[in-house]
Design a protein around this ligand. Structure first.
Ligand code: SF4
Length: 223
């Protein structure tokens, strides 16, 4: 997302109407949009999905801000006009390969608003970013760096949900893997590491830790 001075754009005492557009569709929850929704709702703004049928009518007032997120380069761009005073775009689908400017820190680390996707029993997030593999078909190393590093504790995006979906590119390459896997074990949740586990970095110690996850969580994808 484009970085700008939130305090200047959104004075504390002015409530805003915010629109969200998940350009890729609603098949998979978009973390930046869930975080932006949480941040805006916390300050009292109204947040809703943009609906061209209603919001493009001649009588519809413009939104103060519309956020458009596009993750995939192959997704066609949004095909409708957007009725908003300010449009902010983000994601690798718009800004390849770095995704554009990062979210401000206080938004990046906020608990996501899963409700915008109707999600109640699953938490999504990243504990680490970066990957040392530099596979030539993948942008992670270029975008996030060629070292895996911790970016969050589990409590940042998990509050007791039964399922946790981790989107980490290479969790066990992170020097903090032990602490992070222990956090996953302690959650007793069903874990899906959806980018897989890098088997070239597997050790007996890591395998023993992963085995401590509840039985129903041992469905890791291998990479
Ligand atoms: S191991 Fe996975 S995340 Fe890392 S560079 Fe290769 S494809 Fe990307």
């Amino acid at each position: 997302m484009t970085v700008y001075d939130y305090k200047e754009l959104i004075p504390e005492d002015m409530k805003k109407r915010i629109a969200l557009i998940d350009v890729d569709g609603h098949n998979y929850p978009n973390l930046p949009l869930m975080k932006l929704a949480a941040w805006h709702k916390r300050r009292g703004d109204s947040v809703e999905w943009y609906d061209p049928l209603f919001h493009n009518s001649a009588y519809a007032p413009p939104f103060d801000i519309a956020y458009m997120s596009k993750v995939f380069t192959f997704t066609p761009d949004y095909q409708y006009p957007v009725n908003a005073d300010k449009i902010i775009k983000g994601g690798t689908g718009y800004f390849y390969p770095d995704g554009g400017d990062p979210l401000p820190e206080e938004i990046e680390h906020i608990y996501p608003d899963y409700s915008i996707y109707g999600i109640t029993d699953t938490a999504f997030g990243f504990l680490t970013r970066g990957c040392p593999r530099n596979c030539d078909f993948c942008i992670v190393s270029e975008k996030e760096g060629s070292k895996s590093y911790k970016v969050a504790n589990l409590s940042e995006f998990w509050r007791g949900q039964k399922n946790i979906v981790l989107c980490d590119p290479n969790l066990i390459a992170c020097p903090d893997w032990k602490d992070l896997i222990q956090q996953l074990i302690d959650s007793r949740a069903r874990i899906d590491i959806n980018q897989g586990i890098d088997m070239r970095l597997m050790t007996e110690e890591k395998a023993e830790m992963i085995k401590k996850n509840p039985r129903e969580s041992r469905t890791f994808r291998l990479g």
